[in-house]
Design a protein around this ligand. Structure first.
Ligand code: UDP
Ligand code: MN
Length: 371
């Protein structure tokens, strides 16, 4: 009798442990946490870049040698037509997901990335901001590229913020996954491209026709300076990454692309709030198998994406004591308003580095023009 009670107690305990663990897992893996927020801030589905390519301005940059001019014009027209077809075409869309967050380098990063993406036809840019409200400043910089885009706001849950090893860019990537699912998008290809990375334009033609999952090297990662699949006879057989950490898929976020048709087969696909294991767990959640991986970038011999990192630094305080009205008469008024809206610096009347003007090689107070 005692034995039976003992066994059932043991089984009960195991069950409780199981349930407890499962709940814990579910909390970590559920598609959308209870208090996870997702706001669709701004969207554009029209490609407004075409005029940039369709204008005749390109032909003016060709040689002005008269005998070749006509041929060049014809070539240019053909090129423009090809570009138009490409932009209007039916080839698979690339859903380029960029988690981003407000800090003083944000607009600089978005400008650099946006100008790369301007060259990529059939691309929808999902910019997922790690904030609870929509940033109009961010939007004004995204929309000017003319790229079809969606700007989301989805903040990192409070419980993770401030942690030493916080899962960076996870809430916002999850929001993007949620948006894709909500919109029933089951064609095209998904790629996670951080706002500070560097992308070779060739990457986009490589990943566009991904069947299930494609993989390729990422430069500037870890102690090897590279993270890459290991390819033998045209097949991925293993991985080369200086941080194994018991990961089944030891790859960087920028080192793979996923077909949305393939991802749609895994309705529970998600990314956990688990720093260092986001890629691994995401790829597990889509049921990836080694034989499903297509090596790209010439069998993983080329580097088409770099894990560049921007050095951050504190936003300086600039001491300006002349009144705003005067400052606004100079360009400096508008300039500082803009910089402050981006968090690049801020003005104080009593603290910080004193602002001075340089006129004819000598330092003057800003009041110089008003005295
Ligand atoms: N990120 C974010 N919230 C944060 C920190 C980072 O959304 O609090 C984004 C960031 O903009 C980038 C990605 O998450 O696109 C990865 O972050 P980061 O570049 O800082 O990480 P690292 O590349 O150094 O691992
Ligand atoms: Mn980064």
């Amino acid at each position: 009798m005692l034995k039976i009670v003992g066994i059932s107690f043991f089984l009960g305990l195991m069950y409780l442990l199981f349930v407890f663990n499962r709940e814990d897992n579910e909390r970590e893996y559920s598609l959308q946490l209870e208090h996870e927020q997702l706001v669709v801030c701004y969207e554009s589905n029209t490609d407004q870049r075409r005029p940039l390519y369709a204008t005749g301005t390109l032909s003016e940059t060709t040689t002005d040698e008269s005998s070749t001019t006509q041929r060049n014009h014809q070539q240019q027209r053909q090129h423009v037509q090809q570009q138009q077809l490409l932009f209007e075409g039916t080839e698979p869309m690339i859903y380029f997901v960029t988690p981003t967050y407000p800090r003083r380098e944000q607009i600089a990063e978005i400008t650099r990335l946006g100008q790369t993406l301007m060259h990529v036809p059939r691309l929808h840019w999902i910019v997922a901001d790690d904030t609870s409200s929509c940033s109009a400043t961010l939007n004004s910089h995204i929309r000017k590229f003319g790229i079809p885009y969606t700007q989301l706001a989805s903040p990192m849950p409070e419980m993770y913020r401030g942690r030493k090893n916080a899962p960076r860019g996870v809430a916002n990537r999850r929001a993007a996954l949620h948006w894709i699912r909500q919109n029933g998008i089951k064609t095209g290809v998904l790629y996670f491209g951080d706002d500070d990375n560097t992308f070779d334009l060739k990457l986009f033609s490589e990943i566009r026709y991904t069947k299930k999952v494609s993989m390729f090297p990422v430069g500037l990662i870890g102690e090897y300076g590279i993270s890459s699949p290991i390819v033998l006879n045209g097949r991925v057989e293993g991985f080369f990454d200086s941080w194994p950490a018991k990961r089944k898929w030891p790859v960087d976020m920028a080192g793979f692309a996923v077909s949305l048709e393939y991802m749609a087969l895994s309705p529970n696909a998600t990314m956990p709030f688990k720093a260092g294991y986001e890629e691994d767990e995401f790829l597990k959640s889509i049921g990836l198998k080694l034989e499903d991986i297509e090596p790209k970038a010439r069998n993983c011999t080329e580097i088409l994406v770099w894990h560049t990192q921007t050095k951050g630094s504190k936003s300086p305080t600039v001491r300006i004591s002349i009144d705003r009205e005067k400052l606004n008469k100079l360009n400096l008024g508008a300039l500082f308003s803009r910089l402050e809206s981006m968090g690049v610096n801020h003005i104080s009347e009593s603290e910080g580095t004193t602002a001075q003007a340089i006129v004819n090689g000598s330092v003057k107070p800003l009041t110089f023009w008003f005295s």
